[in-house]
Design a protein around this ligand. Structure first.
Ligand SMILES: [Zn+2]
Length: 248
């Protein structure tokens, strides 16, 4: 029986039978993995508390039938107490794991995505950072990781450097007044997206309500939907208190 040990983040879980769940993990070295967690919904379960969505864990797994694994041991790497205690932070985290779950890459390891994901969790757990722009920032970083970083330094159509007045998710960047398409972008919004992509993410996240935040959140959402070609329902609507569990 094949066994593996790895670091992982729980993307979501769904019910299976009376007292069991299937837990979907994104692992550092083995990509996306599904774990059949027998008895996890019983109050006596030893692993139940450590396999909730957004848990950051070390796992020891053994291959079961097909592509399902069973958990031999699970340990929390970080309890993420600040994240766990704040509904806005949890919601922001759900938006991010939903996008990762939408990545069509079962069994394909991508350590870069794992690194981005754990940085999101630790940022959401950092009381100095405001959670509002963490999902949008993550979507931009994920686009960059996939080789589709938005163009924000010049017009994506004619390459003129300014003034840039709109952003078109389909074209993948900003446009000048002559070429304009997509949605309007303000000078504040443009400055914000440049800071996020240009290395000042920490500065952006320390600001409770940076000017242009609403615009940037909508642009990030459109861009990531364009990239994956599907509408992301958790990130766009307010999820129920139970989160994305039992979504299917
Ligand atoms: Zn142009």
């Amino acid at each position: 029986m094949k066994e593996l040990k790895d670091d992982a983040v729980v993307l979501r879980t769904y019910k299976s039978g009376e007292s069991d769940r299937v837990v979907v993990l994104w692992t550092r070295n083995h990509g996306k993995i599904r774990v059949f967690a027998k008895g996890i919904r019983k109050p006596t379960s030893k692993i139940g508390g450590s396999l909730e969505p957004l848990s950051y864990v070390k796992v020891h797994l053994a291959q079961s039938k097909g592509d399902l694994y069973i958990a031999k041991n699970v340990q929390l790497i970080d309890q993420l107490k600040t994240l766990r205690g704040d509904y806005d932070r949890i919601n922001a985290g759900y938006g991010v794991v939903e996008v990762i779950d939408a990545i069509p890459s079962d069994d394909v390891a991508d350590e870069g995505i794992f690194e981005l994901l754990t940085r999101v969790l630790l940022s959401l757990d950092n009381p100095e950072f405001h959670p509002m722009l963490i999902p949008a920032s993550f979507y931009f970083k994920l686009l960059a990781h996939d080789g589709s970083e938005p163009v924000v330094e010049h017009c994506v159509n004619c390459e003129k450097t300014g003034p840039l007045v709109s952003f078109d998710a389909q074209m993948g960047g900003t446009l000048c007044a002559t070429c304009r398409s997509g949605v309007s972008i303000s000078a504040d919004g443009l400055a914000l997206i440049r800071r996020i992509l240009g290395g000042d993410l920490a500065g952006v996240l320390r600001d409770a309500s940076p000017a242009g935040a609403g615009e940037i959140m909508a642009i990030a959402q459109d861009s990531i939907e364009q990239h994956f070609g599907k509408r992301l329902k958790v990130a766009r609507s307010t999820p129920p208190l139970a989160g994305p569990k039992d979504a299917r």
